[in-house]
Design a protein around this ligand. Structure first.
Ligand code: SAH
Length: 362
């Protein structure tokens, strides 16, 4: 079948997906153009913002790719104060971002759980609940997820990292803290609780194949998630996966593959929210713009107080670490206009796929 015929299909099968992910040259361009066309027709040219607060790099896990893994003792651990977190959210509100996303290393002690609940409550008090709240705080019990949901968080991001169990265990230790099936269960719990649930994978990992990446996209569709985040894997020198860095495609290819993943998923799930991850910009100065024109519609500008950012390096050379929030703000607006997109300020920017599903459920 010609690539054009695949692009015109209503429903993509696995073999179609693999074919799209392998597209190069004019075929790749055709895929990216089609994804942009689908996005513009279904979601318009709007880009939604979530002001990112990297709350803490304290982590109970030791993921083999992640710079802030528990066993990396070169990292100075920090947790920003409740007041500081709320201040960041206030800034997000003043800048018109409409939403915040709170991300952190994984902690599940009662103090942490209670602190998040209080922070969510306090953020909800800003301007009468005008800010949307996304959490990205790892694996938690159902009771914790429920408590945070009831406090007012309505979106949750938990990347599966890889939907392939073998690959999952090649990039995570095989122990009770890193359990593929528990991560899957967490995603199911989040969906059942009514969160707009997001998941995702890193692209360009060692041992990853197009076949596995196609299965990742099928996994997102099968779970019918509301949001997806996919970004290129960036080897971190202080991690056990680093020695495999010579076995992965070069940065440009990882970027291209990420764009093809985003574009293909936009065809499969036309109305979900998809983030243009900061990792894209780290390996390509125009990476976020490229992700947006390949079908993404969300950007997460960093609002973490600058003094902590150097310690939240999940991967090296992270983009915008030195930027002040206000600089990010005008920079993004100009960058989005330059590619014919418009930031939608002061709105939560919920996933249209999720809102539609909610309306049709009994
Ligand atoms: N503790 C939270 C947040 C993790 S950080 C959780 O477990 O969900 C957010 C994401 O950064 C991770 O899900 C992972 O996909 C990505 N990430 C981590 N290390 C990375 C690396 N070296 N390169 C690219 N992305 C990375």
């Amino acid at each position: 079948m010609s690539l054009q015929a695949i692009l015109d299909k209503e429903f993509l099968e696995k073999e179609d997906i693999v074919r799209l992910l392998a597209a190069e040259g004019d075929e790749k361009k055709a895929l990216l153009n089609k994804a942009l066309e689908v996005k513009l027709s279904r979601l318009d040219n709007y880009v939604h913002l979530r002001g990112l607060i990297e709350l803490s790099n304290v982590c109970r896990k030791s993921c083999l790719y992640c710079g802030v893994r528990r066993d990396n003792d070169k990292v100075e651990r920090y947790t920003i104060s409740e007041d500081q977190a709320v201040e960041c959210a206030r800034l997000a509100q003043q800048l018109g971002y409409g939403s915040v996303a709170i991300q952190s290393g994984e902690r599940n002690d009662p103090e942490f759980v209670a602190m998040i609940t209080r922070i969510v409550h306090r953020i909800k008090e800003i301007d009468n609940g005008s800010l949307g709240i996304t959490l990205s705080l790892g694996e938690q019990s159902e009771a914790t997820y429920r408590q945070w949901f009831e406090a007012g968080a309505h979106r949750y991001l938990l990347r599966i990292e890889s939907s392939n169990e073998d690959l999952y265990y090649r990039i995570h230790p095989r122990d009770e803290r890193h359990d593929f099936h528990r991560r899957l269960d967490c995603i199911d719990t989040l969906l059942a609780l009514g969160y707009q649930t997001g998941t995702g994978v890193m692209v360009g990992l060692p041992f990853q194949t197009l076949d596995i990446l196609a299965d990742d996209l099928l996994f997102f569709r099968q779970k019918d998630v509301a949001m997806v985040g996919m970004g290129p894997y960036i080897p971190h020198p202080d991690t056990p996966l680093y020695p495999f860095a010579d076995q992965i495609p070069p940065a440009k290819e990882r970027m291209d593959l990420t764009l093809k993943m985003i574009a293909t998923l936009r065809l499969m799930m036309p109305e979900i929210n998809m983030v243009a991850a900061t990792a894209n910009q780290t390996i390509d100065p125009l990476g976020r713009e490229k992700a947006i024109t390949a079908g993404a519609n969300v950007i997460m500008p960093n609002l973490t107080p600058n003094e902590y950012r150097e310690e939240y390096l999940i991967y090296p050379d992270k983009a915008c670490v030195g930027d002040k929030p206000e600089e990010c703000f005008s920079c993004l607006d100009i960058r989005m206009k330059a590619i014919g997109h418009e930031i939608l300020y002061n709105e939560w920017g919920d996933s249209r796929a999720f809102l539609k599903k909610k309306r049709t459920e009994p």
